[in-house]
Every structure is written in structure tokens, then in C-alpha cells.
Design a protein around this ligand. Structure first.
Ligand SMILES: Cc1cc2nc3c(=O)[nH]c(=O)nc-3n(C[C@H](O)[C@H](O)[C@H](O)COP(=O)(O)OP(=O)(O)OC[C@H]3O[C@@H](n4cnc5c(N)ncnc54)[C@H](O)[C@@H]3O)c2cc1C
Length: 335
């Protein structure tokens, strides 16, 4: 799909990581890292539209939308999905159900699968921001007294803002009008990315880490946020899920060739075991970053400064950071 997506993709050529008011800055450049880009930005709606358009190439896919899975009934050798499609009740049977209904998954609650949750008591403010300067394909990760903020390049002079704040601060800032919001953003972020001139629709999300205690059962597998919802500070939730999807396809293809039932618990346990290391590592890395970069405490901020200064002077450390941030450091499927 890459060639079809290309017009909507913005490559990241530089990443600037800094701690406002403290020493320690890391600058990454794609040429120094010998890669085509340090990462790529694409808006979710473009990716979604391209995925839907691609479905036309797979006539065997029985695609139903809008539809809601109301209930999942486990039956012998599979499951029965009780769905509502445009107010019509329909039933679909399957040997393997992939549950990917997000972090507040109702379907895994129905199955009685427990979840571990951690509320960061932070809200993320998300908006597209325009500046009077071209972004030159530069991404910023800026750590401020109030919490981390990321500015990621989009098409034109727009960038995507992800601003993490404690709940009461976020609510106050969200209530401001656009001009006051931009002024507050400018005073927190500074002028590295120019003068902020315009803001699109603002959205906010509570940041909660969720991990399902079981990711597989006979004839059922959990994917995406339903399996693990991460704090977005490192931007790894979707990357991790894409690697899980690749791993699942790999395991199911091998099972199919070996004439094994794709819903069998042996096959699905193999998938879960294969992905565990990558999932644990990505979840822990995101967690450490949240802890390290959400605190104004002077000791934590000194450790953070030292870490950033050390990384700036150590090219292998920069390479490691780049591989983690671009999502290619985990387990990549072998087809
Ligand atoms: C602010 C922010 C920034 C992020 N940035 C990055 C980033 O830079 N890089 C990255 O890798 N990740 C990022 N992420 C993480 C990424 O957004 C998630 O990993 C991803 O959205 C998970 O997708 P999902 O399909 O599992 O869940 P969701 O996106 O929650 O989608 C679940 C879908 O299931 C549907 N659904 C729910 N119940 C039912 C039902 N009963 N029947 C039918 N359909 C149902 C919902 O309508 C929804 O469409 C970010 C997240 C946030 C909040």
C-alpha cells in the first residue's frame, strides 16, 4: 500500500529532543542515521481510507460496516458473533475471532478476561497546529515543567501536537479560546518551531495503561489496544500492534500450511509466546519514558539531563534511540 499512501505521508528528517529550562538536548538527523527517514507521519483517516480501498482487491473478504458486534458466544470449535448491522440482527460464525475493539473493549469483558489498568491521571491534548515557519520535516519532543509535548510534521506548514498535562491543567487549557490556547502553547513550547498561528479542532484523551491478562484463548485472539493500550509519549502503540499483526499472520500461515486448525490453542499460544518479549519491552520502555519525562523533581530532571547529554555525544546510543522511536526495534515478522 506504500506507493498509494505516499502523497499523504510526511517523512521525519530530524528529531529534536529537549528539556525546557535544563541542559541536555538530543538531535537526530536521517542522513547521520543512514536511513531514508527517522519515521513517517500519516493521519489516521488517510491510512483508514487506504486500507478500505485496498479491500476491493480481496473479494473473498466479507466486509460489513457499519456494524456492531453485540455479543460473542463461544461454541464448539469456534465462536458465534451476534451483530447489529443497520438495525438488522445477524449472526456470523468463525473458527478464529480477532478481537480489536480498543482499550475499553466490551467484548473481552464479556469473555471475563481481566485487565490490569494504570491511570496516569494525565490528559493528552491533541490538535493540528500551523506555524509561520515551514517545519522542514522536523519533529520535536519537548519536556516541560508541566509535562511532555510532541510536535510532529504533517503536510504543508501543519504539525500534530500531543500535549500531556495533569488533568486540572489540561481542563483549564482546553477551556481557553484558540488565541489564548496558542499563547499558552507558545509560552510552554518556546519559539523553536516559529510562531504558532492557527489551531484545528482540539481533542483530549485520558492516558490509561491497559493490559489484558490473557491475549489468547481457544478460537480467540486479542489485538491492538484491546490487548495492550500504552501511554502515547513514545508513540509506539500502533507500531507494536502492527508488529503483532505481522506475527499473527506469520503463525497462522504456518499453521495453515501444516494443516493445523488456526483457532487451536496450541497455535495461538505459539503466537502469544512469540510476541511476548517485544510487547513487554515496548510497554516497559514507554513506562520508563513516562516516569522519566513527567517529573519536575530536580533529581529526576538531573538524570534526564545527563541521559540526553550522554545520548547526544554517543552515536551508538542515538542509533538505538532511533530504532526504538521508529518502531523497527521490535520483532519483525518473517514471511
Ligand atoms: C494521542 C495519541 C497519539 C498516538 N500516537 C501514536 C504514534 O505516534 N505511533 C503509534 O504507534 N501509536 C500511537 N498511538 C496509539 C494508537 O492510536 C493506538 O495504538 C491505536 O489506535 C490502536 O488501535 P485499535 O484499532 O486497537 O483501537 P482503536 O483505535 O480504539 O479502535 C477500535 C475500533 O473498534 C471499534 N469497535 C469497538 N467496539 C466494537 C464492537 N463491539 N463492534 C464493532 N466495532 C467495535 C471502534 O469503533 C473503533 O473503531 C497514539 C494514541 C494516542 C491516544
Amino acid at each position: 500500500m506504500w506507493s498509494k499512501l505516499e502523497p499523504q505521508i510526511t517523512p521525519i528528517h530530524d528529531i529534536h529532543v529537549s528539556d525546557r529550562g535544563h541542559f541536555g538536548t538530543v538531535r537526530l538527523n536521517y542522513r547521520d542515521q543512514r536511513v531514508d527517514a527517522l519515521g513517517y507521519m500519516i493521519e489516521n483517516r488517510h491510512l483508514g481510507n487506504a486500507l478500505l480501498a485496498q479491500m476491493a482487491d480481496y473479494p473473498k473478504v466479507d466486509w460489513r460496516c457499519p456494524a456492531k458486534v453485540e455479543r460473542l458466544e463461544m461454541v464448539k470449535n469456534g465462536a458465534l458473533l451476534h451483530c447489529d448491522q443497520s438495525d438488522e440482527a445477524i449472526k456470523i460464525s468463525a473458527n478464529l475471532v480477532v478481537i480489536a475493539d480498543g482499550g475499553r473493549s466490551d467484548l473481552i469483558s464479556q469473555l471475563g478476561i481481566a485487565r490490569d489498568t494504570h491511570d496516569y491521571e494525565q490528559l493528552g491534548i491533541i490538535a493540528n497546529i500551523s506555524s509561520d515557519q515551514p517545519h522542514q520535516n522536523k519533529a520535536y519532543e519537548r519536556f516541560t515543567q508541566r509535562g511532555p509535548m510532541a510536535l510532529l510534521p504533517l503536510d504543508g506548514q501543519r504539525s500534530a501536537l500531543i500535549w500531556t498535562l495533569e488533568q486540572d491543567q489540561a481542563e483549564r487549557i482546553l477551556a481557553l479560546d484558540d488565541a489564548a490556547f496558542l499563547a499558552e502553547l507558545q509560552s510552554s513550547f518556546g519559539y523553536r518551531a516559529g510562531n504558532f498561528t492557527k489551531i484545528g479542532a482540539r481533542h483530549s484523551y485520558p492516558f490509561i495503561r491497559v493490559q489484558a491478562r490473557e491475549q489468547v484463548r481457544s478460537n480467540v485472539v486479542l489485538l491492538g489496544n484491546a490487548a495492550h493500550t500504552l501511554h502515547p509519549v513514545a508513540g509506539q502503540g500502533f507500531n507494536l500492534s502492527v508488529r503483532d499483526i505481522g506475527g499473527l499472520i506469520e503463525v497462522l500461515s504456518n499453521a495453515h500450511v501444516a494443516k493445523q486448525a488456526i483457532g487451536s490453542i496450541a497455535v495461538l499460544n505459539h503466537y502469544a509466546a512469540q510476541q511476548r518479549w517485544d510487547q513487554d519491552k515496548t510497554i516497559v520502555t514507554s513506562q520508563v519514558l513516562v516516569e522519566l519525562f513527567s517529573h519536575a523533581n530536580p533529581v529526576v530532571s538531573a538524570v534526564r539531563g545527563l541521559g540526553l547529554a550522554a545520548m547526544e555525544s554517543l552515536p551508538p546510543a542515538k542509533g538505538w534511540f532511533n530504532r526504538q522511536a521508529s518502531g523497527v526495534a521490535g520483532r519483525l515478522p518473517r514471511f
